[in-house]
Design a protein around this ligand. Structure first.
Ligand code: FE2
Length: 384
């Protein structure tokens, strides 16, 4: 496990890639993603077994935490927290699970100064989730503060420069005799939020005005539509490009947009997918498949034309076809990507696996094939 508290462990600098973004909220990276789930122990086991995460930390009755149980897992720079409520009145976690099912509650952002991050964002209009607080134990202190974003989702700013413990105060190291090997997932590339009809611009504006993010790219319903369904998307990024949040809203089509299906089943806006980067997508996908993860099916005909569209690539197209891995190219290079089926019972949250070979875009050339594949799944669920 690398020490995430040391900035120099990142192999890229803090240079500003997107000059349009404002500098009042410097973000070092994604600190952790916390899910509220019905059974944290089993969720953590699934992510270890199927996706190659390792045990990292635990909080619960044994550590003096009475109202919840949390398991933290890690894979390279990605930390996921699974939290389940314990019996007790007014526990907001119950309400979250009842309304949304298992889903992402917190997208935590690693900052150098959590108090300043909270002050700068709330003074620009962000609604506070909680005020800056300092949590301490024998390993030092962590300062955290939170703001609300779309739906019931929140951002928590995490300042850990004075902490050397395993995760944060209140957690102890989770030692396990069960340590499945890594699937090669390295860091979070982007996290997508689905918002309601006509709300994409509201939330793009939120990220621009309260967090200083720039609009990297916009996809309208002509870019993202099939014969039947459509959606629109704006990708928002912070200045150094480490945090990218595409915001989707449904668009009118002959049939029900996948975003509308999500909103129906999640009970409102929320995180739709977490895109994780790998250096070897063929290895990652083979491993995950072996361990039971199901991926979206891409029609074999996709590979009849993809070679002509993307040109020469280093990978063997037959192996990509065997796994259903898609390819797209932009001015800077190409990328390889694939999407899991929903990881939850409700058709809501899924993972994207992405390997970037120069390309900094999002696979626009694959949208049509991808969305036809999603429609086929919607058809089977009776939600198209
Ligand atoms: Fe994505």
């Amino acid at each position: 496990m690398k020490d995430l508290t040391k900035v120099e462990n990142f192999n890229y600098g803090l240079e500003k890639i997107f000059p349009e973004a404002d500098d009042f909220l410097p973000i070092l990276g994604t600190d952790y993603v916390e899910y509220y789930v019905g059974n944290a122990k089993q969720a953590a086991h699934f992510y270890k077994t199927a996706l190659g995460f390792q045990s990292l930390a635990y909080a619960g009755l044994e550590t003096g935490v009475k109202d919840r149980t949390s398991y933290v897992v890690v894979q390279d720079k990605i930390r996921l927290v699974f939290t389940t409520p314990m019996p007790g009145e007014d526990n907001e976690i119950f309400d979250h699970i009842k309304k949304h099912g298992d889903g992402v509650k917190v997208i935590a952002l690693w900052v150098d100064d959590a108090k300043k991050a909270w002050e700068e964002t709330t003074k620009r209009g962000a609604k506070s989730y909680f005020e800056p607080k300092t949590e301490k134990d024998a390993d030092g202190e962590v300062v955290r503060a939170g703001i609300h974003t779309y739906g019931d989702t929140v951002h928590i700013f995490v300042e850990r420069k004075n902490y050397k413990g395993v995760f944060r105060p209140g957690f102890e190291k989770w030692e396990s005799h069960y340590n499945p090997t890594s699937c090669g997932l390295k860091y979070i590339d982007h996290m997508v939020g689905n918002v309601g009809w006509g709300e994409m611009n509201t939330w793009a504006k939120f990220y621009n005005e309260t967090m200083g993010f720039a609009n990297l790219i916009t996809f309208d319903d002509k870019d993202i539509s099939t014969q039947f369904t459509a959606l629109m998307s704006k990708v928002m990024t912070n200045g150094n490009g480490r945090i990218k949040f595409p915001i989707n809203e449904p668009a009118e089509g002959k049939k029900k947009s996948q975003i509308e299906e999500y909103l129906d089943f999640y009970g409102g806006p929320g995180c739709q997918h977490i895109a994780v980067a790998t250096d070897d997508i063929v290895f990652t996908v083979s491993e995950m498949k072996k361990r039971g993860v199901e991926f979206l099916y891409v029609p074999g005909t996709y590979y009849d034309t993809v070679g002509g569209r993307v040109g020469k690539i280093e990978e063997d197209m037959n192996i990509l076809k065997e796994h259903g891995i898609m390819v797209d190219r932009d001015d800077e290079g190409y990328l390889l990507q694939i999407f899991t089926k929903p990881l939850t019972d409700r058709p809501t949250l899924f993972f994207e696996i992405i390997q970037r070979k120069g390309a900094q875009s999002f696979g626009k050339g694959n949208f049509k094939a991808l969305f036809e594949s999603i429609e086929a799944e919607q058809e089977r669920r009776g939600t198209l």
